[in-house]
Write a protein of this length. Sequence first.
Length: 118
Amino acid sequence: VQLQASGGGLVQAGDSLRLSCAASGRPPFSTYDMGWFRQAPGKEREFVARINGNGFRRDYTDSVKGRFTISRDNAKTSVYLQMNSLRPEDTGVYCCARALRGRPFDFWGQGTQVTVSS
């Protein structure tokens, strides 16, 4: 399995970005929960959002609720993170991850850098 994130960049506070993560390999994409994590310089990786296989359940860390939206397109084997009202504290490397239904995440892909200037 491969997970490749893209869509990062340098933006100003208040701007928006949409991250994408393309998955390849077996087993079927729709059987996995997918998530987004981020890691800021000098800090540990932290959970951002999670979506279940059919897209009906979504969970977010408190700091992004109301600003970020996770979604997925199983036909395109992709997961997305729409980030609005970005803040400098959202800066970090964002990567996507997979998990068996309801289980802890067990595989992370390559990340994409998001930098939010004040």
